[in-house]
Ligand binder design. Structure first.
Ligand code: GRF
Length: 218
């Protein structure tokens, strides 16, 4: 039997994706199981609501307040020290609202994942739902990708699309996209844990040909 892989999740806020991932790691249902251990949840905001959720699910937590560090480099170095104490096979950004420097990103090359609330490469950066509504696009969604030094530009693992309805506002759209995030993030992590992904010229392939997209409905 292969050794169980360790995952460290980084959050800054409410932690709903984190919770979906922890529950996938803890479920008895083999079909949706992650086959990995969530070694820790780390937040750069000591009062992030997600920390209490992680604790209630029995996961060790740690907070590293970025405001306590004089520079981004100092924070990044302390963060790597902390994360590496848990010997992670995979580091998962789940609503982690700090941009990580190139040294951190390269340290975890091909082991660092992020979820972004848009169909990348459209709408990288912030306020994605508002910008999608203003642009009048008819499909919006979410992307799980490997993290590279360029923001929101790493190889795409899986995407989920949802239609934008005439009645949508930022809140309703965000809710529908979030439901999809909770489906695709555990799936992408499972593929990583199973070594089922390869990257060729920046394109991510799934070994067993499993669909790397979800077409969500309303
Ligand atoms: C999600 O929309 C995710 O795409 C983005 O930050 C949000 C985090 O939400 N990166 P939650 O903390 O997981 O609920």
């Amino acid at each position: 039997m292969l050794p169980v892989k360790n995952i460290v999740i980084l959050i800054s806020g409410r932690g709903s994706n984190m919770e979906a991932i922890i529950r996938a790691a803890q479920t008895e249902c083999w079909e949706s199981q992650l086959d990995a251990r969530i070694a820790a949840v780390v937040s750069n905001r000591p009062n992030a609501p997600g920390l209490a959720i992680a604790q209630s699910l029995g996961i060790p937590t740690a907070a590293l307040d970025h405001k306590a560090y004089p520079s981004r480099e100092d924070f990044d170095a302390a963060l790597v020290d902390l994360i590496d104490q848990y010997s992670p096979d995979l580091v998962v950004l789940a609503g982690f609202m700090r941009v990580l420097g190139a040294r951190v990103v390269c340290h975890y090359e091909h082991r660092l994942l992020n979820i972004h609330p848009s169909l990348l490469p459209s709408f990288s950066g912030l306020d994605t739902h508002r910008r999608a509504l203003i642009a009048g696009v008819k499909l919006h969604g979410t992307t799980v990708h490997f993290v590279t030094p360029e923001l929101d530009a790493g190889p795409i693992i899986i995407q989920a699309a949802v239609p934008i309805l005439p009645t949508d506002d930022e809140k309703t759209l965000a809710e529908r996209v979030l439901q999809q995030e909770h489906l695709i993030y555990p799936r992408a992590i499972r593929w990583c844990v199973q070594n089922a992904l390869s990257i060729n010229h920046g394109i991510v392939h799934q070994r067993d040909g499993e669909p790397q997209f979800i077409l969500g409905t309303t």
